[in-house]
Design a protein around this ligand. Structure first.
Ligand code: GRF
Length: 195
């Protein structure tokens, strides 16, 4: 049984999809979410973790004016709980070098576009979907990739595309992409566990 930690900042629908897949989906008997960490005290994702009785923590990003406080704290938690895989799911920061190095090849992120298109700094949430529509793209989708020290540049694990229909607004596109994300994130985790 692999132990997962999920880092979040917002709604946590991907977190929920991962939890559900460990309870009654493709990750059943394979993985368990043991920790949820948010850098946003008001993230609904924390409520989801509480509802599932999963250990959950809010850790302030810039506590004590120290950029790496968050990294040091999560590292301690990951090591204490013997976490195997870290999933970034709507987490709005990049992780510090130390965490990335220690957990190299074990940190995953999900991004709401077909990377390398529409990735990088500032490309998150609605900005991605607005840019896709503005560029007149015929396809968009989602990508699960390994995390390195930069934004959205790590090796791709799984990618799935959908058609962008002419009538799509950024909101509609966001909704369609999220539906794919909920399917591919558990699949990507499974792939990593099975190697
Ligand atoms: C997803 O679209 C994900 O690709 C991006 O942030 C969003 C998170 O949504 N990184 P949720 O919090 O999982 O609902």
């Amino acid at each position: 049984m692999k132990k997962l930690a999920v880092l979040v900042s917002g709604n946590g629908s991907n977190l929920q999809a991962i939890i559900d897949s460990t309870k009654c989906g493709i990750l059943k008997n394979m993985a368990k979410v043991c920790l949820v960490v948010s850098n946003n005290a008001n993230a609904y994702a924390l409520e989801r973790a509480r509802n599932e009785a999963i250990k959950n923590l809010y850790i302030k990003w810039r506590a004590f004016e120290d950029d790496s406080f968050f990294d040091r704290e999560i590292l301690k938690q990951f090591q204490n709980l013997k976490i195997d895989i870290i999933c970034l799911a709507g987490f709005n920061r990049i992780l510090g070098k130390s965490v990335v190095k220690i957990f190299d090849g074990k940190i995953l992120n999900i991004h709401p576009s077909l990377l390398p298109k529409f990735g990088g700094k500032g490309m998150y949430g609605r900005f991605v979907h607005e840019a896709v529509i503005q560029a007149g793209e015929k396809k968009s989708g989602s990508t699960v990739h390994f995390v390195d020290e930069n934004y959205d540049t790590g090796k791709i694990i799984i990618q799935e595309a959908i058609d962008v229909l002419p009538e799509y607004t950024p909101n509609i596109l966001a909704k369609k992409v999220l539906e794919i994300e909920h399917k591919i994130y558990p699949k990507a985790i499974k792939k990593i566990i099975e190697n």
